[in-house]
Design a binder for this molecule. Structure first.
Ligand code: FES
Length: 573
């Protein structure tokens, strides 16, 4: 074992070392010379029910750390709750990353256990951990229990979006709407569909940053506490043993494995952005086109909403990530190493065959992956579509644009009976990208106009620079880059313009001549900035576009200097 980082604070007999030991002892944390100090970053909060199960896991993590000969120190970090934070928890993902990195930098920590669950909590915390680059294990809190509405099981998010359309079409009355609210207020834990939280938990396990088999355990399941204890034991073993760090684990092969798994689970489109951000922190190239390229031979195996019909507890019962890896083993870099000291190939080989909600490779939900990437005159730097949750008959489409400039505009006019929209129209929502709002909210699943819903229309082609919830569905071309707010062509589209998309061919074009576009561009007025101070102002000034993961330009790792973690000078504060 190399010298523990914490010794720079805690060893010695001078007044500074005494002060440091007194600070920990006063907090009830015993300082034992030579014992590794493990930070437990806890993002539980009553403002975020998805993360509340994490409260119950602090004790088991600490028990595991102590049983393995370490000392656990809990500290709070910002809790990114998807439902309450406005304009979007995504605005604060990078703030969590900074918080984790700086808490590690500033404190006597030798290893880190991250407790995170809701959508942005996991990628944000991992981004910080990659930059801090001390041994790290992630523990998630699991999905909330499944409830029924009028006799049918309903999944978080997905069911609400469907039933909201029913309500708008006048097919769900006031009593039903209130009953649904009661049903959905069903307790703690992440969305139980394959939303962003479940997707990022699964991918974190595939990346090798979790205890194998732990990412899909439902909230409250006794295996949750056992897994948390195991994580505590594991991190002490890594700190005193191999010393393996996130940047050792997150190789190009590890990211390729994550992309393959993302297709196989029909996961959230948000994961495309988060993986790019994680890869950026690790200094691993992650071109957007790899999302499509690596997916062409991947079978979609997870029969979980919104791509499938079941829910996350069913995915867990079907064998979870180890069984999924077993089914797609031939498509993986099996040498990729995990924090647990076993390779991905070894984990796959030791897993039981998939069952239930995880289909065997020979009987997939669909072939050819779950995502498409398109680019063209409407999105020169690319846009993403979740083909597994879209209408196959709309994968090739040409229609006239109906344009909304911002969310308020869309809300004000989408159900206007006079809106000149037909089922063949292409709905465009511009001005909702990372700089535009800022924070790139999940506004991309533009509702189908109520008049068309009543007529039986269930899907239309939509194009936007926003994101959409991982629990959403439909033929939506998301993350169009560059976004309208930085001059992207989405901001030049006008009502009636022809837009053509061909997902198979990878194209998305605005059929307007260059001269006309130049005229329109010259007439553009700069977008109004909503935030002029504080974190949102800093964010809007430095955030990169979706293909670069929406990280801040000064935190990414384009150079060796960005990959180097600078230790503080330890002396009097
Ligand atoms: Fe938190 Fe879905 S809203 S996990």
């Amino acid at each position: 074992m190399s010298t523990l980082r914490s010794q720079a604070w805690l060893a010695g007999d001078d007044e500074v070392a005494v002060l440091h030991r007194v600070a920990l002892a006063s907090a009830g944390v015993p300082v034992v010379p030579g014992r590794p100090v493990i930070g437990i970053a806890n993002s539980a909060s009553e403002l975020n029910p998805c993360n509340l199960p994490l409260r119950d896991l602090v004790g088991p993590v600490r028990d595991g750390i102590e049983a393995a000969g370490g000392t656990g120190v809990e500290f709070p970090v910002i809790s990114l709750g998807e439902d309450l934070m406005k304009p979007s928890a995504m605005l604060y993902r990078n703030l969590l990353a900074i918080e984790i990195e700086e808490m590690v930098r500033a404190n006597p920590l030798d290893g880190l256990v991250i407790l995170a669950n809701c959508d942005k909590s996991v990628p944000g915390a991992l981004m910080g951990a990659i930059s801090a680059n001390i041994p790290t294990v992630l523990v998630t809190g699991g999905a909330r229990s499944v409830v029924s509405f009028r006799g049918a099981k309903i999944g978080t998010g997905t069911a609400l979006w469907r039933l909201w359309d029913e309500r708008r079409a006048g097919r769900l009355d006031d009593a039903g709407w209130r009953e649904l609210e009661q049903c959905l207020s069903c307790g703690r834990g992440a969305c139980n569909t394959m939303g962003t939280a479940s997707t990022m938990a699964v991918l974190s396990e595939v990346l090798g940053l979790m205890v194998p088999g732990s990412s899909s355990v439902p909230a409250g399941d006794p295996r949750s506490a056992a897994g948390a204890r195991q994580a505590g034991e594991l991190i002490v073993g890594v700190v005193t043993g191999t010393g393996r760090r996130p940047q050792d684990i997150l190789t190009q092969g590890a990211f390729a494995n994550a992309v393959v798994a993302l297709h196989a689970i029909g996961g959230s489109t948000n994961a495309v952005i988060h993986l790019a951000a994680l890869a950026g922190r690790a200094g691993v190239p992650f071109p957007l086109d790899d999302i499509a390229r690596l997916g062409t031979s991947v079978p979609v195996l997870a029969d979980v909403e919104p791509s499938g019909s079941q829910l996350m507890p069913d995915f867990d019962a079907g064998g979870g990530v180890p069984s999924l890896l077993r089914e797609i083993a031939g498509l993986l870099d099996q040498e990729a190493m995990t924090i647990a000291g076993r390779s991905i190939g070894e984990i796959a080989a030791g897993a039981r065959p998939a069952s239930g909600a995880i289909r065997p490779a020979g009987r997939p939900l669909r072939e050819g992956g779950a995502f498409g990437v398109v680019r063209g005159t409407l999105a020169p730097d690319g846009a993403v579509i979740k083909t597994s949750a879209a209408s196959q008959d709309l994968m090739r489409h040409r229609g006239r644009a109906v344009v909304f400039r911002g969310y308020d505009d869309m809300l004000a006019r989408i159900d206007d009976p006079a809106l000149p929209v037909t089922p063949d129209s292409v709905l465009v929502l511009a001005g909702c990208g990372p700089v535009g709002v800022p924070g790139m909210p999940e506004w991309g699943m533009i509702p189908i106009p109520a008049r068309l819903v009543r007529a039986g229309v269930t899907d239309m082609v939509r194009v936007t620079d926003a994101r959409m919830s991982g629990t959403s569905f439909g033929t939506v071309l998301l993350h169009a880059a560059p976004e309208a707010a930085v001059g992207g062509p989405l901001g030049l589209v006008r009502d009636g313009d022809l837009i053509s998309v061909d997902v198979q061919a990878g194209t998305l074009d605005l059929e307007v001549g260059d001269a006309e576009l130049a005229t329109r561009r010259a007439a553009l007025t700069p977008p109004r900035r909503r935030h002029l101070r504080g974190w949102p102002a800093l964010y809007a000034q430095h955030v990169m576009q979706a293909p670069d993961g929406c990280d801040l330009d000064f935190l990414r790792a384009p150079t060796a200097a960005h990959l180097t973690f600078i230790e503080p000078v330890v002396g009097r504060s």
